[in-house]
Structures are given as C-alpha cells and as structure tokens.
Design a protein around this ligand. Structure first.
Ligand SMILES: [Zn+2]
Length: 461
C-alpha cells in the first residue's frame, strides 16, 4: 500500500464488528486485487507455472465440450510459452465455431447461468463476429482495472470520467450528450476509500458540448479515445488545464505524441492501454517507459504470428508481428491463439526492468474518425443495420485518402439503384454532421489482405 492509497482511506472505512477489520466483501475484493498485483509482478517462472495451469484448464475444457476444438488441437498439454506450433484461430474459424456450437458454458451446470455479455463487432461483411463471455469475465476485468491503480499507487479518491462514443439510438434521437453519474467507481471498496464519483458521458463529436459537461465537476481520471481528447484540446486550448484532469487514460485508437506532450506540459499525465471487447485487457502502458505496454499476464498470453516490416513509422523500419492472443479465462467462447487483427513489436522484457512480454508500436486501432476539410477529426459512426436497410450489401469498406472526402467501397446485393445510392450518401452526411463528400465505388469483392481485422474504416491521412 502506497501513501497515496492510504491517504484516500475513508474515516469510517474500517469495520466496527468484533475481530474484523473490513467487511467480508471488501476483504474478498482486496484479496483478489492484491493477488492480481502479486501475479503481475511475480518472477517469470512463478507466473509461467500459474499460466500453464490455467491454459491446461482451458484446453481440457475446450476438448471436452467442443467438437471444433477437439478436431483442431494437437495432442498433449503445452507449457504457457510452448504454443508456437499450435494452430492460429482466424476470424472466419471463430465465426464458424460460435455459429456451430454457441456458448460452451451452457454444457456445464455451474456455468450455465453465468452467461454474460455477447460481443458482436460492428462488422463490415454483414456477418459480425460474435463471442460469448461469462459474468465472471466482466468482474475479473473490473478488479484487474482496480489492481492497476494499486500497482501504480494511484490515488483512489478522485473522480473518474469516461467519454463513450454515442450509440446508434442516441444519434438517431439527436441527443448530443447523455450523462450518467454513480457515487463511486470502486464498487464495494467505495466505503473503504473516499472515492470520487463515476461519470459516463455518452457523446458524439461535439467537443464544445462535451467540454460544457466536463466543466461541471473536477474530471479526475479521464478515460477517452485519442480523437476525443484531440477535439477537446482543439476546442479548449490551454483552458484544458482548468478541467481538473489528473490523468488521461487513453484507449482504443491511435494517440498523437504531440497531444501527450501538450498535456504533460499542462500537468496531465497520460497512460494508455490496449484491450478489446472479446478479450478484455491485453496490455497496459508502462508507467516508466511511455509507449511500452506490459502484457496483462493474469488475463492473456500474447505471441507473435506473421512478421511484416513496416516503414514510415517512428523508429524507421520496424518488424511488426501479428498478435496471437490466448484468453486464459475464455470458457464461453474459447480464444486460443486468436488472430486479433492488430500488430506490434514484441519484446520479452521492458526497459523499466519488468520481465515479461512487452508490446510497442501497436497498430490497427484507428477507427471511425475522418479528417474534415479544415483538418479537424470528425466522428463517423458506422452501423451496418441502417445502411443495409437503405441498400443491401455483401460487404463494404470506408477509406479516406484526402481531407473532406471519403470513399465507400461497396459490394451490393444485386444492383445498387440510383435512389439507394443517394439515400446512402444522405444518411452518411447526416450521421457525420460534417461537410464531407462520400463517393461510392462498386466492386465485386474487397481485398482485406492488409486489413485482416476487417476494420470497416481506415483513414490514410
Ligand atoms: Zn516497463
């Protein structure tokens, strides 16, 4: 426990019951958080032994309940670092397994009632990838997130604010900003630590409206996309320092290094993380070496697939590897050596002294943001359903090559009528709320070779 954590203790946090210090639930949660922190920092051999045991559990489960996995897994039980000869799980194979077998947890009485969320990527093929998870996965991810605060000795008594891109319904309703506030972001530990509130701001890309909302309370920890932060900085300039942002928790898209420096000069520390819906946390940025990401060893194994040399990046030509991720707790939909579609430079240790798989130069994460004619980023929400209602498609892909202009590669079902074409353009101009030109180019297939994750939109500017 660091001084920053102890400082945040609530005056009435400890239990008044005989022979107890905390309430039972708090003791349990703090136990899990501490054990996760210990595991992440454990000696390599200790951690590997735990990961190998977890991997054996998962492989045994997949063999027992899934004909798909039974047919493809080699014999034997590998060590956690001995998977290199095992087959890669492609997106197409995952779609097949899920459609053929559904959630495997339904075969196990103890897990049957634990089915949590179903994740479906927005999809660009008309066949979104769907995976299942357990309620235990969501709980694990929450506690692992708190463990990061404990590991880094971050204060727990500050507010936490999360800017989420608005959903389809909110955009359809024309609501620019929708806000939810919970009194604490610490769950049962909220009684122990005098935590700040947890505010979620569902917003489209109106930076002035977001800024108005953020001025109402000290922001504390701000979790948002790079594109949202960029828009806020463009809107507020130096006044961003008045919002009370203690730390920017960046996620999901690319992060502009100039933005990080701008914020640092105004007292805002940045920390990024790499995660995805079906896998949970994959890596967190090192507090000592910016741009290096320690893999979340308690949740995933990350290995390198195919190598590609990429030039034009910071550091000259880099050897990027396709990332193959094994989710150690994926009992509803097993993900073993899953080709997640992103690539990165992979090292076995970090310059800070951390011994463990470390990623840098993670690519493949920019989605849904378009450069307008004046250079500003514009949020382009891409939802398959309203588009297929206007014009049925087999697949599509958005690409931007110049500011203010977006190409839409479109594989129609049958003919694309002139009316359907103009309706589609009118819809896209409407949801982008910006002066953008959309050009639809018909094609009979889309080459996903350089975009294996089939991210539906890529901005090449
Ligand atoms: Zn490090």
């Amino acid at each position: 426990m660091t001084p920053a954590l102890l400082q945040g203790l609530s005056e009435t946090g400890f239990s008044a019951q005989p022979l107890s210090v905390l309430q039972d639930e708090q003791t349990r949660e703090l136990g899990v958080i501490s054990s996760l922190a210990m595991l992440e920092g454990a000696p390599v051999a200790t951690r590997r032994a735990w990961q190998t045991a977890q991997l054996h559990n998962l492989i045994g489960f997949a063999r027992q309940y899934s004909p798909f996995w039974r047919a493809r897994l080699p014999a034997g039980q590998p060590e956690a670092d001995g998977l290199s000869q095992w087959p890669v799980l492609t997106r197409e194979q995952l779609v097949h397994q899920v459609q053929a077998e559904g959630p495997l947890s339904r075969h196990v009485p103890q897990l049957a009632s634990s089915l949590g969320q179903t994740y479906a990527s927005s999809g660009s093929t008309g066949v979104p990838v769907q995976t299942f998870s357990l309620t235990q996965n969501a709980r694990f991810n929450e506690l692992r997130s708190l463990a990061q605060y404990v590991m880094e000795g971050r204060r727990l008594d500050l507010n936490r604010t999360f800017i989420k891109p608005a959903g389809g319904q909110q955009i359809a309703d024309g609501q620019r900003v929708r806000v939810e506030i919970q009194p604490s972001w610490l769950g049962s530990l909220g009684g122990l630590f005098a935590a700040g509130h947890y505010k979620t701001v569902h917003a489209d890309f109106d930076a002035a409206a977001i800024a108005r909302e953020l001025r109402l309370h000290p922001v504390g920890y701000l979790a948002c996309l790079g594109a949202h932060m960029e828009a806020l900085v463009q809107c507020l300039g130096d006044d961003i320092a008045q919002l009370g942002i203690h730390m920017w928790l960046h996620h999901s898209d690319d992060r502009n290094p100039e933005l990080v420096a701008f914020l640092r000069d105004r007292g805002v520390v940045t920390r990024s993380s790499y995660s995805c819906a079906e896998l949970g946390p994959i890596a967190t940025e090192c507090p000592v070496c910016p741009g290096q990401y320690h893999v979340v060893h308690s949740n995933v194994l990350v290995q390198g697939g195919e190598t590609m040399a990429v030039s034009g990046l910071e550091g000259g030509v880099l050897e990027l590897r396709h990332l193959l991720v094994t989710h150690l707790h994926s009992y509803a939909t097993p993900l073993i050596r899953y080709e997640v579609g992103d690539s990165a430079v992979i090292s076995e240790r970090c310059a800070c002294g951390h011994e463990g798989t470390t990623l840098s130069h993670i690519h493949g994460r920019r989605k849904n943001f378009v450069r307008a004619r004046d250079g500003a980023w514009v949020y382009l929400p891409i939802f398959s359903k309203p588009m297929s209602d206007l014009a049925p498609f087999k697949e599509f892909f958005f690409e931007q090559l110049e500011p203010g202009r977006v190409l839409l590669w479109w594989v129609p079902v049958g003919e694309l009528s002139a009316h359907a074409r103009s309706s589609l353009v009118a819809y896209l101009r409407g949801v982008s709320r910006a002066d953008l030109d959309f050009e639809i180019r018909l094609t009979d297939h889309i080459d996903w070779h350089h975009n294996p994750k089939r991210v539906p939109f890529i901005c090449r500017l």
